[in-house]
Design a protein around this ligand. Structure first.
Ligand code: ADP
Ligand code: MG
Length: 900
């Protein structure tokens, strides 16, 4: 039976609860320890003890026990989901840290710690286990135990304590579960359980098991301080069924009593007392024998009856009475209710602060609960709160009550601030710095490029100059050499000719012929050969020069490599610059986002109403109003600065944070009609559809779907969405998403498309209608409302087309099996859902081809109901007209004898 640290029971140190002997169970009650005069010698010490005793005894781990306090948050109800749709809850729970943050405003919150923090998803089983089970276990061990629920009306006190869970056993509350546990652990032969069930209203105790018994008095045992109600009915409980019947009976009497007194049960305290009597055997006592000290005589164990009491209190609503506008008798009543509740608060304060006086006698409630404050009782308090920011004040005071019960001095408060203005300032300064830095770098970069260019040019021209000089020199040298050789050759020739003439003369002189002539010829040949050789040499020289020229050219190429290096550096710089520009865009878009949020907030505060960022899910009126006012919002101004294309480029950034940020900015911008055209023109719709297709996490999907829903308000965009395959994409998302907010966006987008006459057929063929209907699996009222709107839009287009003779035959909605859901929800509690469905039914009924299916599906009854109950006159008369103009409906109504 041992349970976790929530239990504070069985330690053996001083002041701890010891296994009980029947006689001292109630010996350390509240009264016996207070006031100090009752025990003058140890006044202040006793006061401390009394405080510790309210907080029950010492825990097994040596930590002094105290009232254990859990806080439980009720989920949003349908009304809050609609009315507070655009507002965050006033609290944020951190169950793993056992912390609760209470929002003061958008930027500030206060943090509180509790023994348990139960979120709106906490199951009844878990609530029982952490709040009541340890108390029930100690009641079974013989201690008194109390579980109280405190909180504003409607926050779930009765849900937590009193639900019977007849249809669904998982919904059973603490009362039923406690009894189940007690029954499972007692033995029917030796133990007994009895129950009284009471209501405390205007300081009068009524018996809920016997309504005639309406003024029960509290009796206190002056010796033990024990509290009892001898006048109350005690019913013996044998099994769970009889207990459930008893609770049902009590509840019926409670309603009857409250009707008689013209009050509501939320104004009274309901108290269930479970008395447990268990037979236990005392310890065997060994008595030393007189004659022989070594042998022992063992006295048989004494049968004992262990009595304990479990008190479960569903307290009256803690709200301030002024708020509900009570007057006259109501004020008296308010005082009495407040008397008990405020006395309870005062006692808790006094005990928490070790105050000398604890005003226990000030009210019947505190007198009745004095046992719970006694040293032998273990007490758990569950404070229940709602999420609505409209009741922040009540929620705060409930939380403080719980905190005080935990002893105020232990309270942990963490103050966190989010100062939007200074963040915006910081971002602006950072942006300025980055812009300045960028300008500096740009300047340095341009200078560097210029310098490098100049240097490269200088080098190139130097190389060219050197090369030209060298070439010229070589050319001159060659020319000179060539001319010299030619000159030498000419001289040689003249010499030879002269010689030849002379030799001829001599030869003529001496027989005309001789070997001298052939020698000359050989000589000339030699000279020619030499010339040829020199010529070759010169050619070689020219080739050499050419190759030198080549080498110079290579040197030029070396210059090119240098330029290449410089070019790479240049590219690096360009890359750097681009990155800096990107950072500036991101910062600007962050500014954009922040400004957008501030703008939303400002508008919202100014209107005192909705700050909906997704007008695509509602009427476009607010938006029209905005654009008519003609003022350019700061967002649009920033949008102009940054440029749509740059923001869309960020959608493809490598950094996921940047991407998500960008998609949020696009979604926010798409909320304004003025921006939509630019977004679509720049390819934003395509990018958003791509994101939806290649989604990587839910936030992307949700935000992208929201942006698409906004764009889908516009007729031209609706067709674009269809052309780009958006319908089947939205349908796929509708079938595999689970997050209600994503589904709400998708349903909103499809609902907008349903209002376009040209898309009807494609919507069906690409699975849009099936997808819309499929989303009702998520029971979230926001999603259902969008589904209903889509159905109404679709039915309206169909009925228009039928009237204009463009279409005939049964509605596609009926073909797709929408009728049963429509009929089921025609009288939905949530007004927006009901209104859309009522309109859808009227549109469907306008076409005779649907009448047969509607009659068979029960829609006729709903239409008849609409003609009678609908709160809107125009819808009532539309329904009546529609029914009267249909032959089939008229004859069916005649058959059923229904008259409109
Ligand atoms: P109170 O105790 O303040 O009178 P109720 O227990 O009557 O409040 O709860 C008010 C409404 O809220 C009821 O319709 C109840 O079903 C619902 N409710 C309360 N708590 C929860 C919860 N934890 N989960 C779901 N519905 C809840
Ligand atoms: Mg209640």
């Amino acid at each position: 039976m041992a349970s976790n640290g929530y239990r504070n029971g069985t330690g053996t140190n001083k002041g701890a609860i010891k296994p009980l002997a029947s006689s001292n169970i109630r010996s350390s009650s509240f009264k016996s320890r207070l006031p100090p005069s009752s025990n003058p010698s140890t006044g202040s010490a006793l006061r401390r003890t009394s405080s510790a005793s309210f907080t029950t005894a010492t825990g097994g781990d040596g930590v002094p026990g105290r009232v254990r306090v859990a806080v439980r948050l009720r989920p949003r109800n349908a009304e809050e989901s609609t009315a507070d749709a655009d507002f965050a809850d006033c609290v944020e729970l951190q169950p793993e840290l056992k912390r609760l943050k209470l929002r003061k405003n958008n930027w500030e919150s206060e943090t509180y710690e509790f023994d348990e923090v139960l979120t709106e998803f906490a199951s009844q089983k878990r609530v029982y286990e952490v709040v009541a089970k340890p108390v029930v276990e100690s009641v079974l061990d013989g201690y008194n135990g109390t579980v109280m629920a405190y909180g504003q009306t409607g926050t779930g006190k009765t849900f937590t304590l009193g639900r019977l869970g007849e249809e669904d056993t998982s919904a059973r509350g603490i009362m039923v579960r406690s009894m189940e546990e007690i029954l499972a652990n007692v033995s029917p032969e030796t133990d007994s359980i009895s129950v009284s069930y009471l209501q405390l209203y205007m300081e009068t105790i009524q018996d809920l098991l016997d309504p005639a018994n309406d003024n029960i008095s509290i009796v206190e045992d002056p010796r033990t301080g024990d509290v009892s109600l001898p006048g109350a009915t005690h019913v013996e409980i044998k099994d769970e069924q009889s207990f459930l019947e008893l609770l049902r009976l009590g509840e019926a009497h409670r309603i009857a009593a409250n009707t008689k007194l013209n009050t509501e049960s939320s104004r009274s305290h309901a108290i269930l007392m479970v008395h447990v009597k268990r037979s236990v055997l005392g310890e065997e006592v060994a008595i030393p024998s007189e004659s022989d000290k070594s042998s022992h005589f063992v006295k048989p164990p004494k049968p004992l009856v262990r009595k304990s009491k479990l008190v479960l209190v569903d307290l009256a609503g803690s709200e301030r009475v002024q708020k509900s506008g009570s007057e006259g008798h109501m004020l008296e009543e308010a005082k009495s209710i407040n008397l008990s509740l405020s006395a309870l608060g005062k006692c808790i304060n006094a005990l928490a602060e070790n105050s000398a006086h604890v005003p226990i006698r000030d009210s019947k409630l505190t007198r009745l609960l004095r046992d719970s404050f006694g040293g032998t009782a273990r007490t758990s308090l569950i404070v229940t709160i709602g999420p609505s920011p409209r009741h922040r004040g009540e929620t705060a005071s409930t939380i403080l009550f719980g905190q005080r019960a935990m002893k105020v001095e232990n309270m942990l408060r963490i103050k966190e601030e989010f100062d939007y203005k200074s963040l915006a300032r910081r971002l602006e300064i950072q942006l300025d710095k980055l812009i300045a830095e960028n300008e500096r770098q740009q300047k340095a970069f341009d200078d560097e490029v210029e310098r490098i260019n100049l240097e490269a040019q200088n080098r190139v021209s130097e190389v060219e100059r050197n090369f030209t000089d060298a070439l010229e020199k070589e050319r001159l040298k060659c020319q000179m050499e060539y001319m010299e050789s030619v000159k030498k050759l000419e001289e040689k020739m003249i010499e030879n000719q002269r010689k030849h003439l002379h030799d001829g003369f001599m030869k003529d002189k001496c027989n005309g012929e001789g070997p001298g002539f052939s020698e000359d010829i050989a000589e000339v040949k030699k000279l020619l050969e030499k010339e040829t050789h020199m010529r070759k040499e010169a050619e070689k020289e020219v080739n050499k020069l050419k190759s030198q020229l080549g080498q110079h050219m290579d040197a030029g190429a070396g210059g090119d490599a240098e330029i290449l290096k410089l070019q790479i550096a240049l590219e690096d710089e360009v890359h750097q610059k681009k990155k800096l520009e990107e950072e500036i865009i991101i910062l600007r878009s962050q500014m954009l986002q922040l400004t957008f949020e501030a703008d939303q907030m400002r508008r919202c505060l100014a209107r005192g109403g909705s700050g909906n960022a997704y007008p695509g899910l509602d009427s476009p009126m607010s938006q029209v109003r905005e654009s008519l006012s003609g003022n350019k919002t700061p967002v649009s101004a920033l949008f102009d600065q940054v440029g749509v294309q740059k923001i869309l480029d960020l959608l493809e950034s490598e950094d996921a944070n940047v991407r998500i940020h960008a998609v949020k900015v696009v979604a926010n911008l798409a909320a304004e009609e003025a921006n939509q055209e630019r977004i679509v023109e720049a390819g934003g719709l395509t990018s958003l559809l791509m994101l939806l297709r290649s989604y990587e996490d839910e936030t992307f999907r949700r935000v992208a779907a929201g942006a698409i829903a906004n764009l889908a308000m516009n007729e031209a965009n609706q067709e674009l969405i269809m052309v780009q395959g958006g319908i089947s994409l939205l349908s796929t998302t509708a079938s595999d998403a689970e997050d209600p907010q994503t589904l709400r966006m998708v349903a909103g987008a499809i609902a907008n498309l349903c209002g376009n006459d040209k898309l009807q057929v494609t919507l069906r063929s690409e699975g849009g209608i099936k997808a819309l209907l499929g989303m009702v699996r998520c029971r979230h009222p926001d999603v259902l409302s969008q589904v209903a709107r889509g159905i109404a839009n679709f039915a309206k287009c169909e009925s228009r087309a039928s009237t204009n003779g463009i279409r005939s035959g049964r509605s596609l909605l009926i073909d797709e099996g929408a009728l049963p859901w429509i009929v089921q929800n025609a009288n939905n509690d949530a007004a927006p859902i009901r209104r859309h469905i009522e309109l859808a039914l009227c549109h469907l009924a306008q076409h005779e081809a649907n009448a047969k299916d509607m009659i068979n599906g029960g829609a006729l009854w709903e239409l008849v109901r609409i003609t009678r109950d609908c709160s809107r006159e125009d819808i009532r008369s539309l329904a009546r007209r529609t029914l009267n103009s249909s032959l089939l409906f008229r004859s069916e109504m005649r058959r059923l004898r229904i008259e409109l």
